[in-house]
Ligand binder design. Sequence first.
Ligand code: IYR
Length: 220
Amino acid sequence: MQKAAAPLMIPVRSVRPSPLASVHAAEGFAARMALRRSVRDFSPDPVPEGVVEAAIRAAASAPSGANVQPWRFVVVTSPARKRRLREAAEAEEREFYSRRAPAEWLDALAPLGTDWRKPFLEVAPVVIVVFEVHQGPHSPKPYYVKESVGIAVGLLIAALHHAGLATLTHTPSPMRFLNEVCDRPPEERPYLVMPAGYPAPDARVPMVSRKPLDEVMVRC
Ligand code: IYR
């Protein structure tokens, strides 16, 4: 086997902030992210042109295994397509809530107040369906796919929140119906569904809290 050519290397573009500016930036970001909530009641108001594109560009800047970038972001805005999405998702969710979910899982979900109804898939002005891209006729073998796509989705959520939009990380189960609804080939596997938009004026979210830092961070 021939050895791969040495990669072209370029200088890293980075400006080191002062320590104070660094702490300020980190604190500001943490405070902003702490305001993010998963929203299930959306306003149908459209989102400004370009916000979703820029947020997906931010998401697609994520690190990925071997830099394969194994993700596809399908942006659904057409009312007809959103309706199909909702109908197909609700059919699965109806099964999930009435038959498939074990009692333990339903108990865990009870504080969130979720059920099989998914009107947000039709009401939100944009629904981004995220797919993992596996090896196929036009896609190389990816590595650490779930980790890579998870990181990209984290950036997507942060980017949309930063732009003032609310999101929901929605995971219908099973999700294969999304290939048909979104016209995607079999090597693309649904990862999650993300409605995005502004919260409805009367939107409510469950009163839940985040673990304090000393519960999630340890030093060793
Ligand atoms: N997919 C279902 C159930 C659900 C599961 C988890 I884990 C959640 O955090 C929330 C919901 C639904 O979307 O309702």
